[in-house]
Design a protein around this ligand. Sequence first.
Ligand SMILES: Cc1cc2nc3c(=O)[nH]c(=O)nc-3n(C[C@H](O)[C@H](O)[C@H](O)COP(=O)(O)OP(=O)(O)OC[C@H]3O[C@@H](n4cnc5c(N)ncnc54)[C@H](O)[C@@H]3O)c2cc1C
Length: 403
Amino acid sequence: MARILILGAGFAGLWAAIGAARKREEIGAKAAEIDILVVDRNPYHNIRVRNYEVDLSDVAIPLAGLLDPVGVKHAIGDVQAIDPARQQVVVTTNGGRETLAYDRLVLALGSELARPAIPGLAAHGFDVDTYAAALKLETHLVALGRREVQGRATVVVVGAGFTGIEVATEMPARLEKAGLRDEARVVLVDPNPVVGATFGDHGRPVINEALSSLGVETRLGVGVDRIEADGIKLSSGEFIAAGTVVWCAGMRPSPLAALLSGERDRAGRLVVDAFMRARGLVNVFAAGDVACRKLDATHETVMSCQFARPMGRYAGHNVVADLLGEPMLPLDINWYVTVLDLGAWGALYTEGWDRQVRTTGKEAKATKQTINRLRIYPPRSGKRADLLAAAAPAVQAPPPTRS
Ligand SMILES: Cc1cc2nc3c(=O)[nH]c(=O)nc-3n(C[C@H](O)[C@H](O)[C@H](O)COP(=O)(O)OP(=O)(O)OC[C@H]3O[C@@H](n4cnc5c(N)ncnc54)[C@H](O)[C@@H]3O)c2cc1C
């Protein structure tokens, strides 16, 4: 029996697994002939892009309901090491340390928040990088109402990029939920001189309008000296008394990618070809945030679920095809959009690499909600046919402007 081992069950890994099961069924191979095993440190698929939201009740979907119906095995384990020469992966589980052999590997371990060595960040900083971190922040916010300290309802968000803006603009609603509406204060901090530096001249005025309408303050062109239990000291010398500091400054690919000898881009992602095969490695495919695929002469995939999901579906299809000597399918994505949540103000939908504004406010919010609540969810009927159909190697059309 041959084994396909998939590391990670996020947007790339989940769809690689179901995509592989789909191709296995299409060619008529039996589950007993090709074993598909997914390893993730969590027993759920995290809809990670929603970890900033007020309501976290539906962002962790048990893997069993998604993988059991399609005959994909799954194990909870922390990947420690990958040895492409021996075709082995070392995993720590509850029961200890295990070595898993593979015939083909799909690396889909995603990305993680970059945490620089700023004094107090590890002890006092919150984030929304994972479901566990998002729950910890939620518990903390709920408890703030019981604290009688200065600045208890002040939240400082560090990093005015995509995630930081979504966290900051959602925060007034989160503080209201915590019973702190009247005292709520949100401050967005960034070393850049502008908010949303990568959004360009078209989108930035929209973001600024949303921030000012929601009363979100900014501190731009400043760094962070230290974080304390009751506030944050900025490089400008200002100390902001704050019950909560949320760190949103930068993402990096899984550090396990850096341990492999394959070709990597400047960010440390594994460079993959059109079939999702990692360049410079044998029998290794990669997809999602840990992988980088050139899309045209000037653009590459960016760390986003828009790319991670199709990369996963194609990796799953191709890994089975490759194993059985069948032709593989090249992935070709010819569109790029961003839909940025701006809390109660609405959202911003941009199109193209130059981020032309397509819709804003309530109209863009309807698109964002369709994406976050429907489009990126796997079918939850528990039906094998529904799951396999959703994993077909195809690229969806851009999200519609109305739900
Ligand atoms: C708050 C937030 C908002 C975002 N908003 C957007 C958005 O609006 N639009 C957008 O396109 N993108 C957004 N992103 C980025 C998006 O979430 C990622 O691009 C996407 O999750 C990448 O999918 P992935 O499968 O590569 O990685 P992930 O979804 O991170 O999945 C990786 C999986 O690997 C597992 N894993 C990692 N390391 C190990 C290990 N050592 N051992 C075992 N398991 C491991 C993790 O548990 C996880 O399940 C957002 C991210 C965040 C945090």
